[in-house]
Design a protein around this ligand. Structure first.
Ligand code: SF4
Length: 292
């Protein structure tokens, strides 16, 4: 039996940075420390933050006091205005890569361009980006929606930072049929692309693959879909306890990958669970970090 961990699986730069900012803010501030929405899409990490006195709130309007941490996904300008009006202290942990996409949307909106944003309309990053578009941003989730758009002489398209590049490519192709001049910005972040590529390459080399992460994490879902396309024996698990003997039956090469919000401990626990499941069977074990 061999366990192979995908390169770049687990916490991305933006989420790590947001967590560090949250912890340092908690150390510095005496009053309430809140995050606007869950800082990380992972139930284990959220429980840990709560234990340390960092609580998630949904609605900026409901906040009366304390320090608010804006998570890596960013927020719309209206949210900053609401908090500033209430004189709430803001710690902005928006990922610098997301900030760059926000500025891009803002710039296109100032030029009165039509902006197509390829992403999940319920995702906080997308809600934030739309807020910068001054009413010119249109969310498209797949190529069918793109085909239903009216023809235009000119428009621009960009993607959620964690978008699946194949889906983005299909939407761009559909838009080309309906647009004279199409400006394409590949705003899928490098860390997402590396993780998706190494997971898909790993999926081709193993007989069983576990994607570890919160079910509410959009990028972990995409990782699961990408891997499932290559290796049908891919399982999406939230934690090691979901790795059962049935899922491991006949497995010889087992791959593990995790989304941008999967803490390293969750990957380590999955490795330990697989290892213990093979404890009483003759096996050869090697754990290598896959470098694609
Ligand atoms: S996935 Fe990329 S853009 Fe999104 S928070 Fe992580 S590093 Fe930033």
């Amino acid at each position: 039996m061999e366990i192979i961990i995908a390169d770049n699986s687990g916490l991305c730069y933006g989420v790590k940075r947001a967590l560090q900012l949250a912890h340092s803010t908690r150390r510095r501030r005496k009053g309430r420390v809140l995050t606007l929405g869950e800082l990380i899409h992972n139930p284990m990490a959220i429980a840990d933050l709560k234990k340390k006195g960092i609580q998630a709130v949904r609605d900026p309007v409901s906040i009366r006091e304390g320090t608010v941490i804006i998570r890596s996904h960013g927020v719309a300008p209206a949210v900053y205005r609401t908090l500033k009006k209430k004189r709430i202290e803001i710690v902005d942990a928006t990922c610098p890569i997301v900030k760059k996409i926000q500025r891009l949307v803002e710039g296109l909106a100032k030029r009165h361009e039509e902006i197509i944003i390829v992403g999940n309309r319920e995702h906080p990053e997308i809600r934030g980006l739309v807020g910068y578009s001054d009413g010119r941003g249109r969310i498209i989730e797949d190529e069918d929606q793109a085909r239903r758009l009216p023809p235009r002489k000119k428009r621009f398209v960009l993607a959620q930072s964690t978008q699946d590049p194949y889906l983005f490519g299909r939407v761009v192709a559909a838009l080309l049929e309906r647009t004279g001049e199409l400006g394409v910005y590949n705003t899928i972040c490098r860390s997402t692309q590396t993780r998706q590529r190494s997971t898909s390459e790993l999926a081709a080399r193993v007989d069983t693959l576990f994607i570890v992460g919160g079910k509410n994490s959009s990028n972990t879902h995409k990782l699961y879909q990408i891997s499932k396309r290559v290796q049908p024996n891919t399982h999406f698990i939230e934690g090691a306890s979901q790795i059962t003997p049935r899922l491991l039956r006949g497995a010889k090469r087992i791959g593990i990958s995790g989304g941008a919000s999967t803490p390293p401990e969750a990957i380590e626990e999955a490795v330990a669970k697989i290892r213990s499941s093979f404890e009483h069977q003759p096996h050869r074990e090697s754990i290598i970090q896959w470098q694609s």
